[in-house]
Design a protein around this ligand. Structure first.
Ligand code: GDP
Length: 360
């Protein structure tokens, strides 16, 4: 800390430099700062589209501190009536397919049309390996400087369920802060794309030409979830292969049952790098939204998603409460040893622990 800064702090808080580095002062200072994060002020800031307040509220959502969680719930409750007005788009694809390049181009396109865009990410790897495949702000260098865009890296957590909950709540805050389009990015190699599919209106799968499905690590289920497939990197020498891939994917899509939305998934070509075909993908989204709004499917799907998340939240909470009980943890260790030594069956062990839980 420079002397200049120390003096500035001294005049504001009336303390000396040595007092400032004293731990009790630091904690006093911190608690003062926490108190200033007043719920009403935060809500007001969010509704006034203030990014700093929005970010602070998201940090509360992500916090494991109970007081913060309570405050986050209060904020969410007040923001809820102002939410729900955006188009939520999920974007998935294997690492290297061009997700961040695409989001950069797509985001710029949308903001040039006067839209405000929030980019969120679900990155299960960050919770498991503590390293992140996604969600790094530096990946979208232009968009991050755009005043009409907000990029929030993936929340961390010890389970996908936890990360997904935080992202869903973050969507509500972003909508209350007036974002028209919420882009939710994830890697299409695990369970996370199912979680994202369950929280968006439109699901976009990015693919590459010249790569078999095994190579791309894409499961059949993901293709089934897609409302559109965009074959990216359709530029240079790759154009011919991309056109062929389009025919192949169109053929493959016809093998899937008709969607309850009444929408027929489309295949598009694009080059995120050269900014080609990006507008056509936005037109597809608009076409989908118009069709599903006129059939009332749009709202029905959101209601179904909310009901699903209610059940999911209960399941997650019950599970985490159960496994965090001291007695359960202890007995689980015992029973795991017994299973290991072949002295009991997994089912009998589970029954024993569940009975114990009931008796507690
Ligand atoms: P992500 O891992 O899915 O987010 O992929 P990135 O957006 O980081 O892109 C991976 C690499 O592919 C980078 O070197 C990009 O420059 C390149 N790339 C992305 N989109 C295109 C495209 O449309 N055409 C070409 N030729 N390269 C692209």
């Amino acid at each position: 800390m420079t002397n200049k800064k120390k003096t500035a702090l001294k005049t504001t808080d009336g303390v000396s430099g040595s007092e400032m580095i004293n731990p009790s002062y630091i904690s006093k200072f911190k608690s003062k700062r926490t108190k200033t994060l007043n719920t009403d002020k935060l809500v007001k800031g969010i509704l006034n589209q203030k990014i700093s307040e929005l970010s602070r509220a998201i940090t509360l959502i992500e916090s494991t501190n109970q007081q913060h969680q309570q405050q986050a719930n209060d904020i969410l409750k007040q923001c809820l009536p102002h939410a729900n007005n955006s188009i939520r788009i999920g974007i998935t694809g294997v690492p290297g397919v061009g997700k961040s390049t695409f989001i950069e181009a797509f985001g710029e396109h949308l903001t040039s049309k006067g839209k405000r865009v929030a980019v969120l990410a679900i990155d299960p790897s960050s919770s498991i390996s503590k390293g992140s495949i996604l969600g790094d702000k530096t990946r979208m260098e232009t968009l991050v400087k755009n005043n009409n865009a907000y990029i929030r890296p993936s929340a961390s957590g010890d389970s996908l369920g936890g990360v997904a909950r935080k992202t869903r709540e973050t969507i509500i805050l972003c909508e209350a802060a007036g974002f028209d389009i919420i882009l939710i990015e994830t890697v299409g190699v695990g369970q996370s794309e199912t979680a994202v599919h369950g929280m968006v209106d439109f699901f976009l799968l990015l693919k590459l030409a010249n790569a078999g499905d095994e190579l791309q690590g894409i499961k059949r289920g993901i293709i089934e979830m897609a409302d559109a497939i965009a074959i990216n990197k359709a530029d240079g020498d790759n154009q011919k292969a991309a056109k062929l891939a389009k025919v192949e994917f169109n053929r493959a899509l016809h093998l899937y049952p008709k969607k309850s939305s009444g929408w027929t998934p489309k295949v598009s070509l694009c080059s995120a790098l050269k900014n080609e075909g990006i507008d056509a993908i936005w037109e597809l989204v608009l076409e989908y939204i118009s069709l599903t709004r006129s059939s009332a499917y749009f709202n029905k799907k959101r209601i179904e998603q909310n009901k699903f998340w209610l059940i999911q939240t209960i399941e997650n909470r019950l599970k985490s409460d159960f496994f965090s009980r001291t007695e359960i943890k202890k007995e689980l260790e015992n029973q795991l040893t017994l299973v290991e030594k072949n002295k009991t069956t997994p089912f009998a062990a589970a029954e024993f622990i569940l009975r114990l839980n009931k008796s507690l």
